[in-house]
Design a protein around this ligand. Structure first.
Ligand SMILES: C[S@@+](CC[C@H](N)C(=O)[O-])C[C@H]1O[C@@H](n2cnc3c(N)ncnc32)[C@H](O)[C@@H]1O
Length: 236
């Protein structure tokens, strides 16, 4: 089981990937899908959990909307940076260092679980186990918003074509990328469409959006291409 050692050692303890702002798509899908939750509850009574919250970029945004927000991350440094950031911004949220595989929360505690490219960090079977654990802490009728890289992502295609670029763990799952966006992270699985129905078999799926950001010209000094599924569903 990969418990993000590199995220701690190579990324957050080196003050890298300290994101302060949510990605644009996250804001759009949050506002578009939050209306699926029962409307009679006050925002402060709606409990949201972000899995793999990193440095609290999404947590800050959701807390500022008035929700009761929790985040977990397996990196000690990410949690420390997240707590300092929230304090400096005078935003309240609860951040705990823990792993997807064993969440420190009681059954059916949350109304919404959010995952932005964090649950993809594992083999397919470990991701499935992690979603089972996430389902445990989600209320029936509660919602999931998940972002997962697709197998059309350029780094998945490159790694499948070039065996020197990364170590292949299993189909569309790689570790030890030596270049690119996934360098210095432990492991990543790029998901195929059909796999989504296995991972999210506890959900009544409301939306699957294939979001691709495709660069059509670059001089190679910068690129900004990625391909992801955005999944919204409600627990059965
Ligand atoms: C791509 S970052 C996403 C951060 C944040 N969600 C965002 O949108 O900016 C993935 C995060 O997942 C965390 N992570 C990876 N594997 C984990 C595990 N098994 N348990 C808990 N956190 C994990 C990493 O530490 C990292 O912060």
């Amino acid at each position: 089981m990969s418990l993000n050692v590199k995220w701690e050692k190579e990324v957050y303890s080196q003050n890298k990937q300290v994101n302060k702002y949510p990605f644009g798509e996250f804001i759009s899908i949050f506002f578009n899908s939050i209306k699926l939750l029962p409307q009679e509850k006050e925002k402060k009574d709606i409990k949201i959990l972000e899995l793999g919250c990193g440095t609290a970029n999404n947590i800050k945004f959701m807390s500022e909307q008035g929700y009761h927000v929790y985040g977990i991350d397996g990196s000690e440094s990410a949690c420390k940076i997240a707590n300092e950031f929230l304090l400096s911004q005078k935003v309240k949220a609860t951040i705990k260092k823990s792993y997807f595989q064993d969440l420190p929360f009681e059954n059916e505690m949350f109304d919404l679980i959010v995952d932005r490219e964090a649950m993809c960090c594992g083999t397919f079977s470990s991701i499935k186990q992690s979603w089972n654990e996430a389902s445990r802490v989600l209320k029936i009728g509660g919602m999931v918003i998940s972002f997962m890289y697709t197998s059309d992502d350029r780094w998945c295609k490159k790694a499948n074509n070039d065996t020197e670029m990364a170590v292949k763990v299993e189909k569309n799952t790689f570790t030890d990328f030596n270049v690119g966006d996934f360098k210095n992270i432990d492991i990543v699985h790029f998901t195929e469409y059909d796999e989504l129905f296995e991972l999210f078999d506890f959900l009544d799926i409301k939306l699957i959006n294939k979001h691709g950001n495709n660069t059509v010209f670059t001089d190679e000094s910068i690129d900004f291409s990625y391909d992801e599924w955005i999944i919204v569903g409600v627990k059965k």
